[in-house]
Design a protein around this ligand. Structure first.
Ligand SMILES: Nc1ncnc2c1ncn2[C@@H]1O[C@H](COP(=O)(O)OP(=O)(O)O)[C@@H](O)[C@H]1O
Ligand SMILES: [Mg+2]
Length: 226
């Protein structure tokens, strides 16, 4: 049974697929079998990106398929150590399904109130539907300044949620890398790669914490946690 990391938001363009790719790379580099379930049948961003990666010959290959929903993807849970559920934009109902299917559910957001207020409301809604707070985390992503991280942290933790440490700034280098089938850890700029690696390391730490808190955790999850 795979360890499942879900990415969801009501908003598009916040960094879900960027996270999915970066997490998958780190898992693959640790010799885990990892699979991204691209849940956006219309846009297929992760799927098409993986094709570009494959065509460029970049290793490791990242395995991605498109699915109608988390249930369909979860049927393949026995085939992989890690499944990353990459949620679509504007699919409120699916965010709940993704959160329910996930061991860790990440919602990326900018650190401005226009974005954070609806993001917090979404988490509140998930809690109302019975999703445990302990598996939900925010990730401040695409920020423009260190102050935005600071303000974002204060706002989101004040709302009662955990925020993973580290942040990727809004930098053209990230978009550029992904144009060529690369991840946020493989840009031309070392400082960007380091920031991305720190963010993924925080995600891994959170996974480890969840695993440790669960005596019945799957062995694959222990492997990712190191
Ligand atoms: N930190 C960043 N800086 C600059 N561009 C980014 C950054 N993160 C993502 N992007 C770009 O922004 C767009 C949306 O990101 P994506 O991860 O696909 O978001 P989502 O999956 O939430 O829609 C993509 O073109 C991506 O390459
Ligand atoms: Mg996406």
């Amino acid at each position: 049974m795979a360890m499942v990391i879900g990415l969801g938001s009501h908003k598009g363009g916040v960094g879900k697929t960027t996270f999915a790719r970066a997490i998958a790379l780190v898992a693959a580099a640790q010799d885990l079998t990892v699979h991204i379930a691209d849940l956006d049948q219309e846009q297929q961003t992760a799927f098409e990106w993986a094709q570009r990666r494959h065509e460029s010959g970049r290793k490791p290959d990242i395995s991605v398929d498109v699915y109608a929903g988390p249930d369909q993807a979860m049927r393949r849970a026995d085939e992989f150590d890690i499944i990353v559920l990459d949620g679509p934009a504007r699919a409120k109902a699916m965010a709940l399904e993704i959160a329910e299917a996930s061991d860790l559910f990440i919602q990326p957001t900018k650190g401005v109130i226009d974005d954070m207020a609806p993001a917090v409301r979404m988490f509140h809604e998930l809690v109302k539907h019975g999703v445990p707070k302990s598996k939900m985390v925010f990730a401040l992503h695409g920020v423009l300044a260190a102050k935005e991280i600071e303000d974002g942290m204060a706002y989101l933790t004040g709302a009662g949620y955990e925020v993973i440490k580290g942040s990727m700034f809004m930098q053209r280098g990230y978009g550029d890398a992904q144009n060529f089938g690369l991840t946020a850890l493989e840009t031309k700029w070392e400082s960007l790669n380091v920031d991305a690696a720190r963010v993924v390391a925080s995600v891994v730490r959170k996974v480890r914490q969840i695993v440790e808190e669960r005596e019945s955790a799957a062995p694959e999850a222990r492997k990712l946690a190191g």
